[in-house]
Design a protein around this ligand. Structure first.
Ligand SMILES: C[S@@+](CC[C@H](N)C(=O)[O-])C[C@H]1O[C@@H](n2cnc3c(N)ncnc32)[C@H](O)[C@@H]1O
Length: 276
């Protein structure tokens, strides 16, 4: 069987469950065979075809393409992704880039990524600043396992702490951090229940931010403020309707230089501020 015939079979299977895109077909073909779809010289073996069918059936039943691929790009690297952790989103790349800009020129910065998941933020920062002391905090043991695999492969030398950010502040010395970055769960219970059917394949605890989606910000901003060094920065990914609340939380807790940045859809998505 050649790639043309194999891709026609993929589409037939996908049509039974979803409206497939060309990207679905390409990723399934490439993941199963290790070859590009347009590498016509490659003949698909029986074993590869069995794999193709298995992956296409998983996708047809609604599994995200990222979990099927098992790897997904983030900035200049690819992370492993699977059901143990949230799939990294393109918006989070904006947070990573913002933090890299904000840390530029600092000598040996001390950085903590709270709610680290697959580790994309911690890894981006460690790769940008090899001399940085980076800690990644994550409550889910499953996600922390994936984080370790990603950091071992992509940068190494990140301290991974399996802990609850609602308690972890007591472990952190005052004035010790140049940057605390966090993409916390920020979806409201009601929104999660009524919308976002597409999120149900990812770990629930990656999304739920309490009744109004703000519970992590409400804890982290005051509880970790004094952990920052003079000039230290706290930076978050935020829900697109949360900017006013988070700006107020920063201001009420004595931060300055509060800034909000938008995502690729022009929605408020990043908020950061510094301590003097
Ligand atoms: C929105 S995801 C962000 C993951 C990753 N930082 C990213 O940007 O792709 C939130 C993460 O917070 C973790 N989490 C949830 N509650 C937590 C808690 N109380 N303490 C630490 N981590 C928590 C979840 O397991 C999940 O990995």
């Amino acid at each position: 069987m050649n790639s043309f015939e194999a891709c026609r079979e993929i589409k037939k299977i996908l049509d039974q469950g979803i409206v497939p895109t060309e990207n679905d077909i390409n990723v399934i073909y490439e993941t199963a065979t290790g070859h590009k779809r347009y590498d016509y010289a490659h003949m698909v073996s029986d074993a590869e075809f069995e794999k193709i069918k298995e992956l296409a059936e998983r996708r047809a039943s609604g599994e995200p393409l990222q979990y099927i691929s098992g790897r997904w790009p983030f900035l200049d690297f690819e992370v492993r992704v699977d059901r143990r952790a949230l799939i990294p989103r393109p918006e989070t790349e904006i947070l990573a880039e913002t933090c890299i800009d904000l840390m530029y020129g600092r000598d040996h910065p001390v950085i903590t990524d709270l709610c680290s998941g697959s580790g994309v933020l911690a890894i981006s920062l460690k790769r940008a600043f090899p001399s940085a002391l980076v800690t990644a905090v994550e409550l889910s043991q499953d996600a922390a396992g994936l984080l370790r695999e990603n950091s071992d492969e992509l940068c190494g030398d990140i301290a991974i702490v399996n802990a609850d950010v609602f308690l972890y502040q007591s472990e952190m010395p005052d004035g010790s951090q140049d940057l605390i970055v966090c993409n916390p769960p920020y979806i409201t219970e009601r929104d999660y229940a009524n919308n976002y059917a597409e999120l149900k394949e990812e770990p629930r605890m990656a999304f739920l931010g309490g009744d109004d989606g703000l519970s992590f910000y409400r804890h982290i901003i005051p509880a970790y403020r004094d952990k920052l060094s003079a000039g230290g920065i706290m930076a978050f990914e935020i829900g697109n309707e949360q900017a006013d609340s988070i700006v107020s939380l920063f201001e009420q807790n004595g931060f300055s230089g509060v800034a909000v940045k938008k995502d690729y859809s022009s929605l408020d998505r990043i908020a950061y501020a510094r301590v003097n």
